[in-house]
Design a protein around this ligand. Structure first.
Ligand code: MSP
Length: 509
């Protein structure tokens, strides 16, 4: 068995989870489930980033002590994972002792090795981004870009990590590992960033300015810069699990690829004598109705509420079907309902209902044994084999949206097959050939449904189980065997009805 360690970014708990957070969890969950189905031994980590200026400020605003504040908000993120059926094996919080210990140990090790030094810093600082700025960060007219918020000039002593020393190593590492970043074109952005000399990284904040952080082990007057603390979660969570590090994939948004994940992180590990992660997967951003998500303008989707209304699987399906991994997408209620109605309720929901209906009406509720296939059946089986092989290789390349499209094309074809065979007509005939054809068509539609649904398991785990259940099917332990067309449903008693996707909603804005 191959180990497969996958992580999400850890979310800031300065506010409630939103759709962007939900997407990243769902995407990573689909990959984790898919790898498990393919037979890997998966370790899936998610969690929350609880230190730093943003959190300290939000806690102050709420009038709560920071620990109480993060305890409460973190619970909402956990709740979101439960609600969305995220199959994470661990959930890390950066305020946990297990994490703080590793951060302090590594800082001490780097300090002892001369990788961290103290120096005076004079320059501009953005509180919002918790980052020191350089002249090149200014707008052409000399002002600071809005993303930095208020920028102040400061002079203070701080601790610096020797990033620059590793710049050449990182460049050759990236050149030798050209699939370090997915999608590949983003690796070019990393190299572009590295074409300018790197500055050493300021990894401390004086306690007068920021208290809410992990104190430096070698100077308790400072706390650790939040990114230095946060990135280490990926390692601290598995430090006592032999054989798990390095991570196979860190799934992150494109905004935190350069510099934190693609530059700071591999260099931090290198300096600490640890291997870098094998790959980074940078996904795109969701907008809502064409605009940036924002609570203040009400342009916001609450993932927990949304899943309560439409079901976790419907939300999971939409997120994965709509977005091509790496690119941006727009979330509109209208587009969600269009897919919900056409693809889930009508196409898949109808196939399930028809299969149950006709098996009950014409087969006494029992799926008949498969009879020798004719042309229409052979055609459908051939399409299944093609769909399955393509879908698997698409999923291996993170092209889940196309994998789903192909799977639904197969479901459409199965509905077409039913139209063609018209069992409702065959059921009225007493001619033995028609009766045989009826049995063949009932067996075929059930088997096609079972096969098709097996490809939906990573994206819609609950729906898959429900459909297996109404077909009287108990899947075996080996997923790949579920993908083989056969007659394992023969003699199975089907349910009367299934409620999967409540009747099509009217499409409202
Ligand atoms: N705490 C840091 C990450 C530290 S990882 C060691 C952080 N947190 S965040 O809450 O701002 O973002 C968490 C993740 O959500 C990031 O990967 C980010 O890209 C993603 N998203 C936040 N808004 C998003 C959208 N609108 N759309 C898709 N994902 C986005 O950054």
């Amino acid at each position: 068995m191959k180990n497969f360690y996958i992580t999400t970014a850890i979310d800031y708990v300065n506010g409630s989870p939103h759709l962007g957070h939900a997407y990243e969890k769902v995407l990573t969950d689909v990959i984790a489930r898919f790898r498990r189905m393919m037979g890997d031994r998966v370790h899936f980590l998610t969690g929350v980033d609880e230190h730093g200026q943003k959190i300290q400020q939000s806690a102050r605003k709420s009038g709560k002590p920071p620990q109480q504040f993060v305890d409460e908000v973190s619970e909402e993120f956990r709740e979101m994972c439960r609600k969305l059926n995220i199959s994470n094996d661990d959930f890390i919080r950066t305020t946990e002792p297990r994490h703080k210990k590793v951060v302090r140990d590594i800082l001490q090790k780097l300090y002892d090795a001369g990788e961290i030094y103290k120096a005076e810093y004079k320059g501009f600082y953005s509180t919002r981004q918790e980052q020191f700025l350089q002249e090149k960060d200014r707008n052409p007219d000399g002002t600071w870009p809005e993303i930095f918020g208020e920028v102040t000039e400061i002079t203070e002593s701080n601790y610096f990590f020797r990033l620059q020393k590793y710049q050449d190593w990182l460049i050759s590492y990236l050149n030798e590992n050209d699939s370090f970043v997915f999608p590949r074109y983003r690796q070019k952005q990393v190299l572009e960033f590295l074409s300018e000399p790197l500055n050493d990284l300021c990894i401390s904040r004086p306690k007068e300015r920021l208290e809410w952080g992990i104190p430096l082990p070698f100077d308790e007057n400072f706390v650790t810069y939040v990114w230095f603390d946060a990135l280490l979660n990926y390692y601290s969570a598995v430090v006592d699990k032999p054989g798990v590090w390095p991570a196979d994939f860190h799934v992150i948004g494109k905004d935190i690829l350069v510099p934190p994940h693609a530059v700071y992180w591999p260099i931090m590990l290198r300096a600490a004598g640890l291997p870098p992660p094998k790959a980074l997967l940078a996904h795109g951003w969701w907008s809502i109705n064409g605009a940036k998500m924002s609570k203040s303008t009400g342009n916001f989707v609450e993932p927990i509420q949304f899943a309560n209304t439409y079901g976790a699987d419907a939300l999971r399906y939409f997120l994965i079907r709509e977005m091509s991994v790496g690119q941006d997408s727009d979330f509109s209620q209208q587009q969600f309902l269009a897919r919900y109605n056409a693809e889930l309720a009508n196409n898949l929901g109808n196939l399930v209902n028809r299969t149950l209906n006709m098996t009950n009406r014409f087969g006494g509720g029992v799926i008949p044994a498969a009879e020798a296939p004719q042309d229409a059946e052979r055609e459908l089986q051939a399409l299944w084999n093609k769909t399955r092989d393509e879908a698997i290789s698409l999923c291996e390349g993170f092209q889940f949206h196309i994998g789903l499209e192909r799977t639904f094309a197969f479901i459409t074809a199965t509905n077409g097959y039913i139209e063609k065979r018209a069992p409702w007509k065959l059921g009225k005939s007493t001619v033995p050939e028609d009766q045989a054809l009826l049995r063949l068509s009932l067996a075929t539609m059930a088997e096609a449904l079972r096969c098709g649904v097996s490809l939906l398991q990573a994206v819609m785990p609950e729906t898959t189980q429900k459909i297996y259940g109404v077909l009287g099917h108990t899947p075996g332990a080996v997923w790949k065997e579920e993908l083989v067309w056969g007659d394992r449903l023969s003699g199975k008693k089907v349910a009367e009805t299934a409620i999967l996707f409540p009747r099509p909603q009217t499409e409202k804005k």
